[in-house]
Design a protein around this ligand. Structure first.
Ligand SMILES: [Mg+2]
Length: 243
């Protein structure tokens, strides 16, 4: 057994004994989300194709989304405003009122999509709830996240739900302080290495990464080298076999 696998197994056994709280990301961990952004990006490219090709549109849109994150925060409303800003920029302010209206309609439609749970979520939460305190920690637009939480029917499994403005080290430190748990009793489960895994490993917690098939460019980062407190899973159901 190599040193890395040995350390991993030691940590897995230690986690099994000490784990107290399991925290779940929501978007693309419990329910589908990112694919709706990809679909709307495609519609947006079609709407303004007379001004720029798809690559130019996507590049400008991403740049505007990242630039405005500190003022708009995460979520669909910021995405819509960034699409409008991109359309104005690429058309040299010539975009029509009708096209802006269509962009707003894309956003409104996305804000009312039904919540579709990812396979295995409800069974897994139901099984884990018997032995652990379950928490949901998500980021995004407050109103939209509250709608999805309500519609998902998953509220009953969670002792605490946190809608964070940024999932970074300080955000997770505040969360575990509020939960009155030490990092070595805390496991975070999520699809984003950048938001769910790396900051939690950095503060000494455990993390289980379950990739979703599409990831926003801004969330893409290299996999961390640490291997002993991080679990890579293919499905949420695999959680039941590691804890
Ligand atoms: Mg997510």
């Amino acid at each position: 057994m190599n040193v890395c696998i040995f350390a991993f197994k030691m940590e897995m056994n230690r986690m099994k004994k000490e784990l107290d709280i399991i925290t779940f990301d929501a978007d693309d961990t419990l329910w589908e989300n990112e694919l709706f952004f990809r679909e709307n990006e495609h519609c947006f490219c079609e709407l303004i194709k007379e001004y720029a090709d798809q690559n130019q549109v996507l590049e400008s849109l991403l740049k505007n989304e990242i630039k405005t994150l500190p003022i708009y925060g995460y979520g669909i409303k910021g995405f819509v405003l960034s699409m409008i800003e991109t359309a104005l920029e690429l058309s040299n302010n010539k975009i029509s009122g009708n096209t802006i209206k269509e962009i707003l309609e894309l956003g409104k439609k996305q804000l009312s999509y039904p919540v579709k749970l990812i396979d295995g979520v409800e069974d897994t939460l139901s099984a884990l709830q018997k032995d652990y305190t379950l928490v949901m920690a998500t980021k995004g637009d407050l109103t939209d996240q509250e709608r999805k939480i309500e519609e998902s029917g998953l509220k009953k499994y969670f002792s605490h739900i946190e809608i964070m403005s940024e999932k970074n080290e300080s955000g997770y430190r505040s969360l575990i302080d509020r939960l009155q748990v030490s990092p070595d009793k805390f496991l975070m489960v999520g699809n984003s290495l950048k938001s769910d895994i790396i900051p939690v490993l950095s503060i000494g917690g455990y993390a289980a990464h379950i990739p979703f098939y599409t990831t926003w460019e801004h969330e893409k980062v290299d996999k961390p080298e640490t291997c002993d407190r991080m679990f890579s899973l293919k499905s949420i159901r695999e959680l039941l076999s590691i804890i």
